[in-house]
Design a binder for this molecule. Sequence first.
Ligand code: ADP
Length: 624
Amino acid sequence: MRKRRFSSHLGLLFIIAVVLPSVFLALIAIRAINREEAYIEKRLEGTLLTEAGHVVILVNSELEDILEELKNSAPGLREHDPEDLLYEWNSRSSLVSVPFILSPSHEILWPRLSKALSAEEVSFLDWNREFFANNLKIPVYYNIALAYKDEILNKPAEDTENHKAIQQALSQFEQNEAVRSKVYKQAKEKGQAVLPRTVSPSAGSSKKKEETLLEESIFISESLAFSDIIEQGEFGIIPRLIDDKLTLLFWKREKDGFTVGCVIEEEHFRKRIIGLLPVVYSSVRILTILDEHGLSLITPQEEISRDWQRPFIAREISELLPRWEVAAYLTDPDIISSQANFIANIMWLLIFILIVSISGGGAIVLKVLHSEITLARQKTGFVTNVSHEFKTPLTSIRMFAEMLKERPRIDEKKRGKYLDIMISESERLTHLINNVLDFSRMDQGKKQYSMKKVDIVRFAENLMKNQKIRLKHNGFDVRFTVLPHDAESDIAASRLKSSGSIYIYEGNMPVYMDEEAVGQAILNLISNAEKYSDKFKKIDIEVSRRGDFIFIDIEDRGIGISAQQAKKIFREFYRVDDELTSKVRGTGLGLTITRRIIQDHGGDVHYFPREGGGSTFRIKLPIA
Ligand code: ADP
């Protein structure tokens, strides 16, 4: 009962200390696995956005260089014929496509209508005449995050002038959806137009609404007339989206009120921008720049049809290049899910190994703990049992000794009987003490044997002679049989001849052994046969030889041992714990010692249930 409660405590401990934490760990790991795809996507998005950010910086500084180059190369108009100067400028700088001159009142002085005009010059005049004359306002683009940085940062103007504040405003705008919609709303209220983006990046789109509405651009526009634009500085670039096509106009104000400028040569401009791109193709991504139509500046080599409008990430470049974007595409669109799957598989494997090792280890620890505790309990039981076993013979020895002392004139017959009992009880005590001592010697590996060649039949016969008297006195029917050599087939015959103890000794059965030790082993088995016999008090001892082995079978008609218990009875301190055996005192060491002694002699001891009830213990010893 206690045992069962103890096992269930251990079970509970196992669940609390091992199973629950493992399950908890596994759940955490499973959650992590499920989020893996999002993590990978986020990481990749971050890396590619940084890479695209670098390209944006490069393009912007290239735009500054281009502006600087044009400013420095633009001709001063006073000394020469402007026509020559413009031709020279055009041929010197490959950035110049259609050069132009405006009068202080913004009249187009060049290209002159009187000369034969090229196709570019004709369209230049068509597109810009009204604009230069201030009759047409065009959209001028600027970064909404910078224009509204005070609103974004909620700070007054003087605080927000520095570089740090600009960076803060930009990142707030980029990261905070609420801030974005707030400033877009304000811009629209002021009548500023919000440019739609050319692309809609797919990264993180699973989190957003599936619908791929083009996002709003970071660039908003305000319509300004030419004179308002050029009032803001000495020189600059005006991007013009005419029929959805981008043209860049360079202008520079001369001291005397004239304006010189040019249409920037598209082919050359594009080439310079392309030259800024780092490695376009890597194993993971394709990085490119998209123009105002959302088309890649670089024609991809192997390209399968790709949806350029749907990059993984994209960044807008500059107010001077409205609708242009730096965009990155995944080389393999499935890369995220396949990486996530790979990691998930590894994680599953690790979880599996973790759980198996935790529960396996836990189970082993608990098993060891359980057997240690059982052994400790058995040892405690052993102390109680052995004290009782010692007490019984001691009490009777003392009782008879006192009787002899108190009654010195007791008759001889009684005195003899008392002394016999005292001798027999002290022998029992000696046997018991020997068992305990032997066990501790064996446990420490100190047991020594004095071996000699012994005829086992004579030895067993002598041993039985002393036992028989006592056993018969206790109501036992004892039979000692020696079977003929290799006599399996003759068993029946030999049994027939038997009357009491039969003795068919046909030859030598020598064994190399320690007489005292083997004697003790046999006595242990006989003592058990006696202890565990109930109504049918019958003990058979059979000695036989088969091949190179001697067998000594000790058989009883006692209570027997169940198959379940039979596996354990040779363990140290083990005692069958049931109704029948609980009445019998014992130490749980008899069979342990018996088996060790016999094994030390190169043999073994086995238990067999006896046909018709009872037990058979078989000693097997090698012949000398
Ligand atoms: P013990 O001192 O308890 O007899 P043993 O090691 O000699 O210790 O025996 C171990 C257990 O095996 C005993 O407690 C008993 O239950 C069982 N056993 C041993 N011999 C017999 C037998 N001949 N018949 C039935 N049970 C036996």
